[in-house]
Write a new protein. Structure first.
Length: 190
């Protein structure tokens, strides 16, 4: 399983590489495209290994006047030995705080979250947290996306929340991987 190109504070990684067999990644890409195109789910492998991708080209968009934009491309030089060091790692769901789970749950139930919502600001403030910071963390973790300056919307159809017996809380938009991770975690704890 690989992750798609990500955005960081400098732009969108539009070309990436790793030391894995590229044919395997292409096949995964084709399967994902078929799933999206025909709105079906194929049987997935039970592998929790996640390939790590190294960015090679980053793109960013910049304003060029009234309603005109330009793409700026940056080539990222990466040494072959660094690429070889990028070994697959074990996938796990993202761990979130109680406040982040509340905000994510509200966003997925209501279709959005407004960082100007006085009641929500007050409630999150009683937890000692800042609503905008929590929402930004959910955006950074690809559960929400900004829709304007104050509104964040879910980017997945649904998410699952896992409450660990030790008090930690996890969430994932990929329920197949989350259930595999949970089964593996529970079997190693016993």
């Amino acid at each position: 399983m690989s992750t798609g190109p990500r955005m960081d504070e400098l732009g969108w990684h539009i070309l990436t590489s790793n030391c894995e067999n590229p044919l395997r990644l292409i096949i995964e890409l084709i399967w994902t495209a078929l799933e999206n195109r025909f709105e079906v789910r194929f049987i997935q492998d039970r592998n929790l290994k996640q390939e790590r991708l190294a960015p090679l080209v980053r793109a960013n968009i910049t304003a060029r006047g009234d309603d005109k934009f330009s793409w700026i491309y940056e080539i990222i030089d990466i040494q072959r030995d660094r690429l070889i060091m990028l070994q697959a790692q074990e996938w796990s769901p993202d761990e979130f705080s109680y406040g982040e789970i509340i905000v994510a749950t509200l966003a997925y139930e209501d279709g959005s979250v407004d960082i100007r919502d006085a009641d929500l600001i007050d409630y999150i403030g009683k937890l000692g947290k800042d609503l905008k910071v929590l929402v930004q963390n959910l955006v950074n973790n690809r559960l929400l996306a900004w829709d304007g300056e104050y509104i964040a919307r879910p980017i997945h159809d649904e998410i699952g929340v896992i409450y660990n017996p030790d008090g930690r809380v996890y969430t994932s938009a990929n329920m197949n991987l989350a259930s595999e991770w949970l089964m593996k975690t529970l079997s190693t704890e016993q």
